[in-house]
Design a protein around this ligand. Structure first.
Ligand SMILES: Cc1ncc(COP(=O)(O)O)c(C=O)c1O
Length: 413
């Protein structure tokens, strides 16, 4: 995402050093141009029915941009639903999924007349029917199916195996049909699935498409008028140089092979693929040390800033920015958090670094800031959106004093 002018790093036409002058590290930077290009490429290949999975990056500025690019929104909580509405998404282009929606969540979604509420259990279908009946409404719903497919991704981001908590097992279609036929106030019009994130094997998509086609046919044969088949997200992003190349055109090829003429509309709900590579995290080196022969660089971003390495063992490339040194050293890059798992990368070769130098953690546009926390009572990272030689700070964190103020001391203390 960085380009260089006279050895100075730029995001689009904006100097990274200028951003460091106006915003304290650690912060996230997103390139608007890169997001637009990736969305347009995805739409060109997969068609216009793309529902951006806003869990990957739900900053209001990003949502406004995604909405302006004519994407729909895929939300997994009422908070995300409110974000999508606030950013201007048409309710008719919002789908609401999530394995645990409360009565209040369902009532709110019903009230907002969104496109589809995707149910994830037989119990949820029953609850939604009773709520809709009470409110005298007829609600369009989808069912998220669990196709029992191993996406062969990190175990912590696999969602499509029979034993995962998501969706309703695909071999329970008869039970779903039987139940929805008794529901007075629900219209089952869609099926969806999502087998996990960071899926690189085209075979996994092919198997998913075949399963979903079989499922759609089964519903239709049972008299259910399926209008929407949502094939999930999960497209792979190349975080490591050694990662396999992922070709979205191959997904399209399998899609066309599987679904020839259909009576229903096909859609996708990617998150990571649309925005991961359009973001970086900028961090400064606080201090250096050698412990047991390991050269640690302790940076001001921690697992509270970007949790993916600590939580999933995920890899992000790290670049050195300031150094003119020709000497290369093996460094372990660690955050300041009091946890041994607060490590971004071990034994990577960088030019010799000094305290105050900047490092860039690459490909952090998705599942970065959204998963940040105030752990160790550190502020959340800021976010900046760059548009050519223009930029805006699109998130500015609460000061620690405000965070402290939110705690309430009981009268007996
Ligand atoms: C239901 C659902 N849809 C879509 C996505 C988006 O996945 P990704 O960001 O890998 O495309 C997720 C993320 O895990 C999800 O849970």
């Amino acid at each position: 995402m960085l380009n260089y002018k006279n050895n100075d790093p730029y995001i689009e036409g904006t100097s990274l050093h200028d951003l460091v002058k106006v915003c304290a590290t650690p912060f996230y930077v997103y390139s608007q141009e890169k997001i637009i290009n990736q969305v347009n490429k995805t739409k060109e290949i997969l068609g216009n029915n793309i529902f951006y999975s806003i869990k990957s990056n739900s900053n209001q500025a990003i949502l406004k941009l995604m909405n302006s690019l004519d994407l729909g929104a895929d939300v997994v909580s009422v908070g995300e639903l409110k974000r999508a509405l606030e950013a201007g998404f048409n309710p008719n282009k919002i789908i609401f999924e999530g394995v645990g929606k409360s009565e209040q969540d369902l009532l709110y979604a019903m009230h907002k007349n969104i496109r589809l509420i995707n149910t994830e259990s037989l119990e949820e279908i029953k609850l939604l029917d009773s709520l809709a009946t009470e409110k005298n409404k007829v609600v369009d719903i989808g069912v998220r199916l669990n196709p029992d497919i191993d996406g062969e991704t990190l175990s912590k981001i696999s969602t499509g195996k029979k034993t995962d908590k998501f969706g309703i097992e695909i071999d329970k279609i008869d039970k779903i049909v039987e139940l929805v036929k008794t529901c007075k106030s629900l219209n089952l019009v869609g099926i969806s699935c999502h087998i996990g994130s960071q899926i690189s094997k085209i075979e996994a998509f092919k198997n998913t498409f075949n399963q979903m086609k079989m499922a759609a046919n089964k519903f239709i044969e049972s008299g259910i008028n399926i209008k929407h088949v949502d094939l999930g997200g999960g497209f792979h992003v190349k975080y490591k140089v050694s990662d396999p190349d992922f070709n979205i055109e191959m997904v399209k090829k399998e899609l066309d092979n599987c679904f020839t003429q259909t009576e229903y509309e096909l859609s996708f709900e990617p998150g990571r693929y649309l925005i991961a590579e359009a973001g970086i995290t900028v961090t400064s080196i606080i201090t250096k040390k050698n412990n047991g022969g390991i050269n640690y660089l302790i940076v001001d971003a921690g697992m509270n800033t970007l949790i993916r390495p600590a939580m999933y063992g995920a890899h992000h490339e790290i670049l050195a920015i300031n150094s003119n040194s020709k000497e290369f050293i093996d460094y372990t890059i660690a955050g300041p958090i009091c946890e041994s798992s607060d490590i971004f990368s071990r034994d990577i070769k960088l030019t010799k670094q000094k305290i105050g130098d900047l490092l860039v953690i690459k490909n952090t546009g998705a599942y970065g800031k959204v998963m940040s926390s105030n752990y160790n009572s550190r502020p959340l990272p800021s976010e900046i959106l760059v548009n050519k030689d223009n930029y805006a700070i699109v998130f500015s964190p609460e000061k620690i004093e405000k965070i402290i103020e939110a705690d309430i001391i009981p009268s007996w203390l």
